[in-house]
Design a binder for this molecule. Structure first.
Ligand SMILES: [Zn+2]
Length: 262
């Protein structure tokens, strides 16, 4: 009995903070054939094609019904998701993978380096630069490691109003609390990997940038401007500012840990 109460308390504590982040957000078209189908905090992107759809990020298992409802609300069918991809192998982006696969039969593709950390079965392990193609959509998987070993930034091109735009769906450049950048025995090359990620991200042409957490790319603010004037998601300056800020935070933490002699 005591054990049971303990377990319930532990589970509740583990679940509650994340759940409060996990409310619904209006599904919407971002640009071209890319749609937002995630929650208020956790971003999931749907790339639609005449041959079925691609979903990026299953989020938590409990987020999957919300994603499903968003897809259907936009007039698409959840069961038409043929390919499931992710930003990186942290639970808030991939925990729902087995459920999405069960409900849709989607082919699951994961970047090399993250394949052991993603729950459920994986159908294809991707290498840096490989392309995922479906019904005319082409997504390129770019390894931008550090946040995880297989952290994946997705790039694609979309057309809207006769113009072509470069879209970059950034993996994550955050250095999470508790990350060890100096003398990390489990991930010795972590700092070099972050540097490599920034180098890759800076080399990418970008008109529209997206990320696995809405607040990383200004989701709420940009969404509120939709329909009034130019597409608010076209934001090359925002992308540069995001990288500048992320790199500054990374270098600051690196220096701090070097000084700390860790
Ligand atoms: Zn993460």
């Amino acid at each position: 009995m005591i054990l049971r109460i303990f377990l319930i308390l532990t589970l509740t504590q583990a679940v509650l903070p994340a759940q409060s982040d996990d409310g619904p957000f209006p599904p919407h078209k971002i640009i071209g054939n890319i749609y937002y189908v995630g929650s208020a905090e956790l971003a999931s992107f749907l790339i639609t094609t005449p041959r079925g759809h691609i979903l990026i990020n299953s989020s938590y298992e409990r987020t999957v019904p919300l994603i499903e409802a968003s897809v259907e609300k936009l007039g698409f069918h959840f069961r038409d998701i043929n390919i499931l991809l992710d930003s990186h192998a942290h639970g808030d982006h991939v925990e729902g993978n087995p459920l999405v696969k069960k409900l849709t039969g989607a082919t699951v593709m994961v970047m090399q380096g993250d394949e052991k950390s993603v729950p459920g079965s994986i159908d294809r392990v991707l290498r840096n630069g490989e392309q995922v193609k479906l019904g005319g959509a082409v997504l390129t998987a770019r390894l931008t490691p550090g946040h995880t070993r297989g952290a994946t930034t997705w790039t694609t091109k979309v057309t809207e109003g006769g113009k072509t735009y470069d879209v970059v769906i950034v993996s994550s450049i955050n250095v999470n609390p508790g990350y060890i950048l100096v003398n990390n025995t489990k991930y010795p090359e972590i700092a070099d990997d972050y540097r490599r990620a920034f180098e890759v991200l800076r080399s990418l042409p970008c008109d529209v940038f997206l990320a696995p957490h809405g607040k990383q790319y200004g989701l709420a603010e940009k969404y509120s401007k939709l329909g009034a004037g130019p597409n608010p998601f076209i934001d090359p300056q925002g992308y540069k500012a995001y990288l500048d800020n992320g790199e500054k935070l990374f270098l600051g933490k690196l220096e701090e840990q070097k000084r700390g002699g860790k």
